[in-house]
Design a protein around this ligand. Structure first.
Ligand SMILES: CC(=O)N[C@H]1[C@@H](OP(=O)(O)OP(=O)(O)OC[C@H]2O[C@@H](n3ccc(=O)[nH]c3=O)[C@H](O)[C@@H]2O)O[C@H](CO)[C@@H](O)[C@@H]1O
Length: 357
């Protein structure tokens, strides 16, 4: 029996592609293991899956800012590498698939020490820190955006632009089920707000300040992230959830337009469903600036409007949403012409191709 080891975590964005691939490997009779962190979102999303064994290891976060924990973390990373090395030596996977996030670095190093072939996947336009560290040890690198290869240092590792790997169920939603889940009837268009898997405080407060205006025209479904719910709001056209998992495809099926961060997986999911989007990317102050580039690429292609967080207020939000809704047909037309690559099959095939016999 062939066996594959997945890794990746820290945010849902680093797990989504794995969630899309895992069922295919299980279906084809592979043994599937996953190395993630002790308390990251990946544990919550992966551990309950049937057919996957989850192995938690120690992780040190690679922070770009000063924090006393930075002094302790190198020791955790070394511990994580030793744990990953031993696990891989015992599990003997034929191949490792790494989605990035800080938990993936020790796994890639441990796999390299065990001479296990490694395929890396990058969702964002520019590679994240964990993937940049891991790339020299990989057999191949899959990219989502066509522009990404120019940000990867030439070396012996093969880079392929495979496109966005999208979970099959994303396109299998049902609008009626979505409306029943949210308890909304069909009398107004639906505006979905998704502040990234970790929520977005700035977006949440701007939306709430604009609520009276926005709900005059729309039903609002607000995915506000952990701890983001405001129980004091009473508005019959407003529904709030921290995070929606199995019902997300149904919610997407009833959605007309979206306000979102510019996380790569989310925006490609919306593109695949031709949902016009207003992107409010994380700024350079809050991140390495990858979402600004993701957003600029989508704006350039005509798939999205962009509102920078510095300009975000209740007034600008209402103005941008109104414009987006009025121009929705143009956006949909442009998005329909986006050629969808079958990234899921390409990645699946490539993994099979590099797996040790
Ligand atoms: C703060 C941060 O570090 N953000 C990064 C993180 O974002 P984040 O984790 O938000 O990642 P993405 O937007 O790429 O993906 C979020 C995933 O979670 C799913 N989802 C979200 C909300 C919900 O209620 N239910 C649900 O299922 C979405 O459908 C999507 O598949 O990874 C992305 C991909 O590397 C990066 O582009 C982002 O910059």
């Amino acid at each position: 029996m062939k066996s594959i080891l997945f890794t990746g975590g820290g945010s849902a964005g680093h797990v989504t592609v794995n969630l899309a691939l895992i069922p295919k490997f299980i279906e084809d009779g592979w043994k599937v293991d996953y190395i993630g962190s002790v308390d990251g979102i990946e544990r919550r999303l992966i551990e309950p899956l049937e057919g996957v064994t989850y192995h938690p290891i120690a992780t040190g976060k690679l922070r770009r800012y000063f924090d006393w924990r930075n002094a302790k973390d190198p020791f955790k990373v070394v511990k994580g590498v030793m744990q990953a090395y031993r696990l891989i030596r015992r599990l003997k996977p034929n191949v490792v698939f790494s989605k990035g996030g800080f938990v993936s670095v020790p796994v890639v190093l441990g796999a390299r020490m065990n001479k296990t072939p490694i395929l890396i996947h990058e969702s964002d336009l520019t590679p994240g820190l964990a993937n940049r560290i891991a790339m020299p040890f990989a057999t191949g690198i899959c990219t989502t955006f066509p522009e990404t290869s120019q940000y990867i240092k030439a070396g012996s590792t093969e880079v392929r632009h495979v496109g966005a790997v999208i979970r099959e169920e994303i396109r299998q939603g049902d609008a009626q089920r979505g409306r029943a889940f949210c308890d909304l009837n069909a009398s107004k268009p639906v505006l979905l707000i998704m502040g990234g898997s970790l929520g977005a405080r700035a977006i949440n407060s701007a939306v709430r300040a604009a609520l009276p205006e926005l709900t005059r025209r729309f039903y609002i479904v607000h995915l506000c992230g952990k701890g983001g719910i405001d129980p004091s709001i009473e508005n019959s056209s407003y529904r709030q959830y921290e995070y929606v998992q199995e019902q997300l495809p149904d919610v997407l099926a009833m959605t007309d337009i979206v306000i979102t961060r510019a996380g790569s997986n989310s925006i490609y999911e919306f593109l695949s469903l031709q949902l016009p989007m207003l992107l409010i990317p994380l700024s350079k102050r809050q991140s390495r600036g990858d979402q600004l580039l993701n957003a600029a690429s989508f704006k350039e292609a005509g798939y999205a409007q962009v509102l920078e967080e510095e300009q975000l207020s209740a007034e600008t939000l209402v103005a941008e949403v109104t414009k987006l809704y009025d121009e929705r047909h143009t956006y949909r037309y442009t998005m329909r012409r986006h050629a969808q690559q079958d990234a899921l099959s390409s990645v699946y095939g490539w993994i099979g191709g590099i797996a040790k016999p």
